[in-house]
Design a protein around this ligand. Structure first.
Ligand code: HEC
Ligand code: HEC
Length: 405
């Protein structure tokens, strides 16, 4: 197992796009240090939980069960460790090296050598204390509240201070139009997509297009999906050739010129979240509660906002075009010990395909621009047969299907 970790550490150019809607999200492109250590950290977390994860619905391990030196983040689910680290980093405007030791390219996350790591521990405890004492334990105050992208929070107000704008935007509320209910907005969305009959007919979807990574590289991208949650993706990278990934409803895998491997740990949890064919199509039933959350604007469009609470405890805000009824944005908020971690998905370029109206551009924005992505599709087909075998992990020595089309 030690060797496996060591191998991953020295293995060049591995990066993980954990955040990507609909996609089995893992890409390898550039020799990024950050990427490698994410890999390292997730691999390390994953090695002990591989077996559990292969079965259905495993209880997620706590970070102290798989990491070596956890003193304050006890109780944190394994899948939240890297998001939390990213969150602390972006709240302070720093990289992992700010708190962690890297000697000659080798990371030592366990080490307490850097005083900043110790300060961060104190800060985590402080944040927990503030929230417990003042906000019923809700993550009202986070690293970002004070730091706002800086390691040194601003102590003194900077002059001149902008004058408050009196009564801005109140004109709209004064018109007293009755706001639509959540049910009405969701029903209008279903109609805008093409109606429930067309939606219920949806069984498969295949798409071709490009994936623009957070660091500006455009890759060729293909996706094959089968209801409810099976997925197979092909990514064409300039440096690593073809990367295939699949999820057959139970297990997830990746095949590339580095070989064939199971996706585990954090990658698996992300996978479980994204391949759902109906994730953005059938919104009803995804929330324990959902209600109207006001009006807003995106670009120049008026939007209605819905606020929902998912079964996984994550809050969501959904933004619907007031005119067309289509979903324009979805912001998911994951509450963690250090703060609420947002992730935004924007939907654009809706086009009609076989009786349904679906977005051809999907943009993901997260707290770390490294994980951002834009997928643009040029071709989308619904309900054409997809070979179910595609979703299964291929035998180790079989020639790659994309190599022999
Ligand atoms: C602001 C400081 C800070 C930054 C930035 C930071 N970390 Fe951490 N990291 C910590 C602290 C503090 C702990 C220990 C938490 C505890 O004791 O519960 C930790 C623990 C870890 C661990 C667990 C080590 C072990 O086995 O005990 C890993 C892995 C890790 N960090 C990875 C990262 C990665 C990857 C990044 C960059 C994306 C990063 N960290 C950025 C402060 C930071
Ligand atoms: C209530 C406001 C507040 C919150 C919340 C907060 N910090 Fe801080 N933090 C500060 C202040 C103020 C300082 C500077 C202290 C000083 O200059 O002595 C600081 C300093 C730090 C430093 C040392 C910076 C340096 O350059 O030495 C680290 C690291 C740090 N904070 C991490 C965090 C992390 C991680 C979180 C979230 C878990 C967090 N902070 C939340 C107010 C806050």
């Amino acid at each position: 197992m030690k060797n496996k970790i060591a191998a991953n550490l020295t293995r060049p150019r591995i990066l993980i796009f954990c955040v990507s809607l609909l996609s089995v999200a893992s890409v390898s492109i550039v020799g990024s240090v950050e990427a490698r250590l994410v890999m390292y950290a997730t691999k390390q977390a994953a090695t002990t939980q591989t077996a559990a994860v292969a079965q259905t619905a495993p209880a997620e391990k706590r970070v102290e069960q798989v990491q070596k030196n956890i003193q304050v983040l006890t109780g944190l689910p394994v899948s939240q460790l890297i998001p939390v680290m990213n969150y602390m980093g972006s709240s302070l405007g720093v990289k992992c090296t700010y708190c962690h030791v890297n000697k000659d390219g080798n990371w030592n996350f366990v080490s307490d050598e850097k005083p900043e790591k110790g300060t961060a521990r104190e800060m985590i405890k402080m944040v927990q204390g503030i929230n417990k004492a003042n906000f019923k334990g809700n993550p009202a105050v986070s690293c970002f509240t004070c730091h706002r992208g800086n390691n040194e929070p601003v102590r003194v107000p900077q002059l001149p201070i902008a004058a408050p704008t009196p009564f801005a935007e109140t004109a709209e509320t004064a018109t007293k139009e009755t706001p639509p209910t959540a049910d009405q907005i969701l029903a209008k969305y279903t109609e805008a997509l093409g109606g429930s009959a067309a939606i219920d007919k949806l069984k498969t979807r295949s798409m071709k297009g490009t994936w623009l990574t957070g660091n500006g590289i455009t890759l060729g991208y293909e996706v094959y999906q089968s209801a409810p949650d099976r997925i197979y993706t092909v990514l064409n990278t300039p440096k690593q050739g073809v990367i295939e990934r699949g999820f057959n409803g139970q297990m997830a895998w990746e095949k590339s010129n580095r070989g064939l491997r199971d996706l585990e740990g954090i990658e698996f949890f992300y996978l479980k979240r994204y391949p759902d064919l109906f994730k953005d199509i059938k919104l009803q039933g995804q929330f324990t509660r959902i209600s109207f959350g006001g009006k807003d604007r995106i670009d120049s469009k008026d939007v209605y906002v819905l606020r929902g609470l998912g079964f996984d405890g994550k809050g969501e805000r959904l933004f619907f075009d007031a005119q067309t009824g289509l979903l324009l944005r979805r912001i998911t908020s994951t509450p963690t010990i250090v703060g609420i971690i947002p992730e935004q998905v924007d939907y654009d370029d809706y086009r009609e395909v076989d009786g349904l109206k679906l977005p051809f551009t999907i943009r993901i924005t997260s707290i770390d621009s490294f994980y951002n992505s834009t997928r643009k599709f040029t071709e989308m087909k619904l309900n054409v047969p997809v070979d179910e075998k595609k979703f299964n992990k291929p035998p180790a020595l079989a020639p790659s299907p994309s190599a022999t089309p």
